[in-house]
Every structure is written in structure tokens, then in C-alpha cells.
Design a protein around this ligand. Structure first.
Ligand SMILES: [Zn+2]
Length: 297
């Protein structure tokens, strides 16, 4: 994992439709100063929403952030791409209510970050370190957390649809592996859920170009799957996007059993709790003697 904070070296532009709203939206990722973290800037209302655990408003079908009366939906794939590519600071401008879904994965965003290149900043990253074993459960999902010098994630999923069935995916986080193994994995939906989603006013922008549609043993997309375990890989991508809301790189191991946004958010809240934040790694010495020591010498 990188020791120093990074932003992106140039602005990156994306456009497309929002998965749930169906709105046509444009988004830009802009470089930002050290210690900015991730900020969503809604250009139509002029409001800014920090990508933090406290600003999470909904986790039912997508992660929705809200602050100051503004709301932005489906942030998880953009945040996963930035987190997976180890970008610490960026402003994400968006001119609509939701981020564009693109092809349903984080590939285009991650490739754009990789080709633009990360820009190293002169401030150390402040890691959040997992210090004890624990488990977090929410509605049939469970995440086991334990100490680790890297960030390691193992995700298992278990669906009655035999096209998915039981499968798993694993990642030790670094930008090259994230780009190759996780970023291309697309979001997915069960055919039988589509009517209910549409009736709830969701998935208005969903098509076979931006989601895998599964019905029993069948994958409806003519191009098939990008990986045999694309579903587990996408759940790992979503997990990273939700953990990114901590605003810090994490040293810890996670075993996520049937994860979803709700349990992922609970894990982020658990790690962000004041008791555990006391264990954040302190910034590493810059080589300069701190002022209070100089004064007493
Ligand atoms: Zn997703």
C-alpha cells in the first residue's frame, strides 16, 4: 500500500445514464489538495457532500449520500474505483441526482485513473488499523474483521439462481490487481426482481448494457460473463466502495459472507466509531523535530 497521499494528475470526464433514476448525467473527477478526502459537488444545486460514513442516507439498492438538503445516489462504483486505485483526494462533480452507471462496473473509471496517472502528494496517508477480531451481522449477512498488515478481502455469495450459486472472490488491495481483477466486474440483478424494482421507482436506467441479468441458470446478456465468479467480484467492488466512506486506507482483513450495502455500511460505522478511531496510525515523522519537543530541549 502506498505511504503517501495521491490525487489524480488531470480532470477525468464521464457521462451516461443513472441506473436508478434513468437521468442523463455527466461527472468529472478533479484533483484535490492533501487531506481533502472525497467530495461530491452537485453542480446543479451548488452543494457539496463529503463522502463520509455520517452522510450515508440510504443503503437499500445503492449507497445514497445526503448533506445540506442535497442528495447523490449510486456513489459506490466511483468510490470503489478511487479507493481501489489508491487515490486519497478528489472532487467528483456531477450535474444530476445520480452518478452514471457506465457499463455497470468500475472499469472505465479505473482505466481513466490509471492512464491519467496518480499524482503523489507530500503528506503521509493515515491508515486505520484493525486491532481486534470481531464480527458484524445484518439481515443474514456477516463480515468478520481481523488485523492484517495489508487490506485483504474475501467475499462469498450464495444465490438460489444456479448461474450464480455459491462463489467467492479475494483481493489483497493494490491498484494493479484491483484494475485487472475487480474493476471489470458488473452489477447484476435477478430477472424476477426487475418488476418490483421498477414498481418501486428504481432501475429506470437499467439495461443489458449496464447490468448482468440472471434468470435461474441463464445469463441474459449475449456477451456472457467477464469472469466465472463475476458476481462475487462485483460484491467485493461494492464492499470497497462502501468502506471508502471511512476516508482512510485500512489495514485489516475482511471475510464478507453474502455482503450488501447495509452490512458494508455497518462495518464502516464500526471502524469509524470513536473507540476504534483512537487506534488510527499516527502520521509518520517527517524528520522535523516537533515544536513542543524543541521548546523543552
Ligand atoms: Zn455495485
Amino acid at each position: 500500500m502506498r505511504d503517501y497521499q495521491h490525487t489524480i494528475s488531470m480532470p477525468l470526464s464521464f457521462s451516461g445514464i443513472g441506473l436508478h433514476t434513468g437521468a442523463n448525467v455527466s461527472a468529472r473527477i478533479l484533483p484535490a489538495d492533501p487531506d481533502t478526502g472525497m467530495i461530491f459537488r452537485c453542480t446543479d444545486t451548488g452543494t457539496e457532500i463529503s463522502a463520509t460514513v455520517e452522510n450515508v442516507a440510504e443503503t437499500a439498492y445503492a449507497t445514497v449520500l445526503s448533506a445540506g438538503g442535497a442528495k447523490i445516489s449510486t456513489v459506490e462504483h466511483f468510490l470503489a474505483a478511487l479507493y481501489g486505485m489508491e487515490i486519497d483526494n478528489a472532487v467528483i462533480e456531477v450535474d444530476g441526482p445520480e452518478l452514471p452507471i457506465l457499463d455497470g462496473s468500475a472499469l472505465q473509471i479505473s482505466q481513466a485513473i490509471a492512464s491519467a496517472g496518480p499524482a503523489r502528494q507530500d503528506v503521509r496517508r493515515r491508515f486505520l488499523r484493525v486491532w481486534e477480531n470481531d464480527r458484524i451481522r445484518r439481515n443474514g449477512s456477516m463480515v468478520v474483521v481481523s488485523p492484517c498488515v495489508e487490506m485483504e478481502i474475501l467475499v462469498t455469495v450464495d444465490f438460489p439462481a444456479s448461474a450464480i450459486g455459491r462463489q467467492w472472490a479475494k483481493l489483497t488491495l493494490n491498484p494493479e490487481r484491483f484494475l485487472k481483477e475487480i474493476a471489470p466486474a458488473r452489477t447484476f440483478v435477478l430477472r424476477e426482481q426487475i418488476d418490483a424494482l421498477r414498481a418501486a421507482g428504481l432501475a429506470k436506467g437499467g439495461t443489458l448494457d449496464n447490468a448482468i441479468v440472471v434468470e435461474g441458470a441463464k445469463v441474459h446478456n449475449t456477451e456472457g460473463l467477464r469472469f466465472p465468479n463475476e458476481f462475487a467480484r462485483h460484491k467485493l467492488l461494492d464492499f470497497l466502495g462502501d468502506i471508502a466512506l471511512l476516508g482512510r486506507p485500512v489495514r485489516g482483513s475482511f471475510v464478507a459472507v453474502r455482503p450488501g450495502h447495509t452490512v458494508n455500511h455497518a462495518v464502516a460505522e464500526y471502524l469509524a466509531s470513536p473507540v476504534r478511531s483512537a487506534f488510527h496510525d499516527p502520521p509518520v515523522s517527517t524528520g522535523k523535530v516537533p515544536v513542543d519537543i524543541q521548546a523543552s530541549a
